[in-house]
Design a protein around this ligand. Structure first.
Ligand SMILES: *Cc1c(COP(=O)(O)O)cnc(C)c1O
Length: 223
């Protein structure tokens, strides 16, 4: 089996002790691998692609908390709205509106994180600081009853330069602290800062992450 159980136990214990949530990123991996971690008691899993997520969710236990961590297109929100636990990569106000609309249709409140662009060298999805302010301000003015913004998400540069990675996480943590203050009564306080992957989760946790997204350390490298 591809699942590294020992690594899972070690990482899970390490994170639990620090109150950090582990999202096991299972993209491209078979449902058998997910079931194996599930049987060890794990419930938070992350996927990047809508179709892959809906297919897997249909075959696996209903109490799995599915995190959508990829880039979400507005026209695909409807497929995951019935069951998704947390959407990490929200990068526009328009997308928030669509999530609100689809959540209402499903009589749900969907939790979301705004994705912030922190990697200096790469083109990754996300909002810059100014756009983040704009989205938060717009969100604060409109009464969206079926969507809750509970925090931020970001990805550091893909590099061996860990000082650089640390600096980027620090920027995100600062924005998180700054934005954490509720702007209006229906804007709930931030609880969740999603940062850290296999290669940099220790640094992320040291910089204040509350949720890490780890794939290859648990499930092996993706082809
Ligand atoms: C794939 C992916 C991860 C997990 O990456 P690993 O390096 O395998 O831990 C985390 N976050 C996002 C957004 C991803 O796309």
């Amino acid at each position: 089996m591809a699942v590294n159980r020992e690594e899972y136990q070690r990482i899970n214990d390490e994170l639990k002790a620090r109150n950090v949530t582990l999202v096991a990123v299972s993209k491209t991996k078979p449902v058998e691998d997910i079931q194996e971690l599930y049987d060890l008691g794990h419930r938070n899993f992350g996927e990047n692609y809508v179709q892959e997520l809906t297919e897997k969710a249909g075959q696996l236990p209903k109490d799995i908390r599915w995190h959508f961590i990829g880039h979400l297109q507005s026209n695909k929100v409807k497929y995951i709205a019935p069951f998704v636990h947390l959407i990490h990569g929200v990068d526009s106000f328009k997308l928030l509106q669509e999530i609100d609309k689809q959540a209402l249709k499903n009589d749900r409140i969907i939790d979301c994180l705004l994705q912030v662009y922190i990697a200096k060298e790469e083109t990754k999805f996300g909002l810059d600081e100014e756009e983040l302010d704009q989205v938060i301000t717009q969100f604060g003015k409109l009464e969206m009853k079926n969507v809750r913004v509970i925090g931020l998400m970001g990805m550091a540069s893909f590099t061996d330069d860990m000082d650089k990675v640390r600096g980027e996480f620090r920027v995100l943590k600062k924005l998180f602290d700054k934005t954490a203050t509720p702007l209006t009564t229906h804007h709930s306080p931030f609880t969740t800062l999603s940062m850290g992957m296999s290669s940099d989760y220790k640094i992320a946790v040291g910089e204040g992450s509350t949720m890490v997204r780890i794939g290859s350390l648990l499930f092996g490298a993706r082809s």
